[in-house]
Design a protein around this ligand. Sequence first.
Ligand code: CP
Length: 309
Amino acid sequence: MFKHKHLLGIEPLNKEEIIQILDQAQQFKDIINRPVKKVPTLRDFTVANLFFENSTRTKLSFELAQKRLSADVLNFSSSNSSVKKGETLLDTVNNILAMKVDMVVIRHSSPGVPIFLSKHIDAHIVNAGDGTHEHPTQALLDAFSIREKYNEFKGLNVAIIGDILHSRVALSNIFCLKKLGANVRLCGPPTLIPKYVEELGVTVSHNIEETLAWCDVANVLRIQMERADDAYFPSTSEYAQFYGVNMERLNSLNKNITILHPGPINRGVEITTDVADSSHSVILDQVENGVAVRMAVTYLLFSQRMPRG
Ligand code: CP
């Protein structure tokens, strides 16, 4: 039994609960690789996906996960909704819940929105990314993809490279990887690394070569181009020169490392095309694993409401 009603972040989970999600996801990955990919498990449940921010991977894989579990699915995008006429978040959500919705998956630009909703509505809430706070299912699918290659986390060196300051993926990954026993190092320009982040039990480097030589796995984060105007670094070409993950840097190592990227990729900025599309990269495996992980999260949150046996 999974004891949480919501998935608001990785921070509230313990190691055993994270492993439970990953193990459940493995079962679903086996199922969705069979000719018959759909199971009837959630056919009496309804889920609404509320996206107040753009998404490709998270939105589509939640929808596919819910459909593979036979749930009824509603999809909402704020850009073509009555939010544009001034309707509040809580009114919007309460109107959707009045249609007998059991679970809300929400992405929003404001940190804390999923926590706020969990205090005001009765449905299960899943955080699909809240501002610069957390993106828990991304961290879980990253962990799942790492476990597929390395089996365990204890002693594994994982670097998170790039725009840590604006990244909800970074924070959820730090919580997740530390709880699982990995060593975590952050690498990027000083302007893109938050102050006092070492208090989370990670190390910090501003040297990409040293970081790549240290790590087994590099999770390369998107430079958030929409914020590049704020002069966090002089130019994208200078960023690529000092912090970009390219084949020359990988070839200079005397070992193979595994490259993750949550997407969307800025090819030629934080990662070159030859690396993103190389055998080092598990970027499309991450996307595939996202469906199984989101099936697992949805199933486990509903498991409290299912008859036993
Ligand atoms: N990784 C991720 O969250 O991608 P999307 O913004 O496309 O959902």
